[in-house]
Design a protein around this ligand. Sequence first.
Ligand code: PEP
Ligand code: MG
Length: 566
Amino acid sequence: MLKGIAASSGIAIAKVYKLVQPTVEVVKKEANVEEEIRKFQAALEETKKDIEMIKEKATGKLSAEELAVFDAHLMMIGDPELQSQITSKIEDEQVNAEYAANEVSNAMIQMFEAMDNDYFRERAADVKDVTFRLKCHLLGLRIPDLSLIDEESIVVAHDLTPSDTAQLNQFAKGFATAIGGRTSHSAIMARSLEIPAVVGCSDILEKAQHGDMLILDALEGEVFINPDQALIAKYEEKARAFVEEKQALQALKDKPSISLDGHHVELAGNIGTPKDVEGVLRHGGEGIGLYRTEFLYMNADHFPTEDEQFEAYKEVLEGMQGKRVVVRTLDIGGDKTLPYFTFPEEMNPFLGYRAIRLCLDRTDIFRTQLRALIRASVYGHLCIMFPMIATVQEFRDAKAIFLEEKEKLVNEGVKVADNIEVGMMVEIPAAAVNADNFAKEADFFSIGTNDLIQYSMAADRMSEHVSYLYQPYNPSILRLVKMTIDGAHKEGKWAGMCGEMAGEPHAVALLLGLGLDEFSMSATSILKARKVVTSLNKKEMEELAKEALSLSTAEEVLALVKEKIK
Ligand code: PEP
Ligand code: MG
């Protein structure tokens, strides 16, 4: 049994699919020209077949724009210019095909990367992708592709990128990764896909082999490799009980979230794509408290255009039928990169050029997103929030750009809603401490505890070595949360929370007592949170919160909450 961190609840029992990216090492060799050309032609065919298959499997799961990437890749692999350059190199230098392919593709990548034009720089990423596949075929290396999994499996990997996670199909019953924590993006995606996941399971790659039988207990964060029949039977039973409990919570789906003494809060869902709206509604969400728009950018091969973005935002707003939708502007950087954008090299990307910092620098990118949002505003109740705000000036600058774009659109004769709320995430301690001043200018706050805890504790949220410092119940964090809520209320504004803490049942009790107005979480946590809210008395929770704030450690706080509420 290996221990990890339960990141997305559930139980899965299936065989291991081990995701290992091959290392491509190309050596120059003298070779038989005819044979190399034959090898090259065969590899071309294999590559083409792969891409066609990936595209076919992704059809219905991905949007038309996302699927267009595969068409571009097919065009590239069929490009006579690419083929003739590689063939000529094999003939002229009498070298092996992989060497020729490597040389030609590197030159092409360099050429595209050097161009002062976004479109061509995007092509460099495509050439890399396609020729990596081609070289792997030439070298006989197996290329893992999660969308190609066709039997029930548990994916085991060092880590999964958000796009790896997005490609998981119905055969992936869960995943276990060697690194990551509860708030790493693979964990968050797993919760929105509703598949069990255990992360930060450090020895998993050494201990579990492709094809091994695995029990993934993502309730406890435990993984069993090659279990015996008795253990499998025990976990089949546990899986059944888990499903039954989930079904029982469904009775609360259409009930309001009102405490025993009549206090109403809003329980909303976090989403990454318009497709996730359905899950939020199915789990009784009263709104969207966080739409992470960066996935729109990450799952594309170019900066999404204003129209592409408009369609996505409109779909979410219409899907929520007038319920509040909080859209966060681009929060890229840190661990979230783009294949078509080069970030500056930094020692600490999590503390660097990212989110609102990048958007205030690259206002072209920011303005496009704001225009798309403002245009979509007439389709529902839109709230816009800026990520990673540290200073009041940043908020003012971002809001000024929003107002400029809104005015421009109005002057162009475009209809826009007049009730768009403009707020901010509170995820940097500096913002929490200064919340009362921010509240004079922002319409609302949403506390991002994933980052707020990371920055308060100076503990990388991606590192399993310091995951013990992810302490939502630490009085330091509770005090920052209280300052933020009080700051908002002083100015008559509302305060929400969209970090993972908002969905933890014990935290819900404390946050109710601290006066939080909106709780936004993974869709699958909503009903459990409603059960908590509807079975508690707010006045009592205020007392509980007060007592918690006087304690010294997270352990003491959690023990107190556990003692007071069952
Ligand atoms: C947060 O930091 O708590 C948050 C909700 O944002 P993200 O997890 O996307 O960084
Ligand atoms: Mg954040």
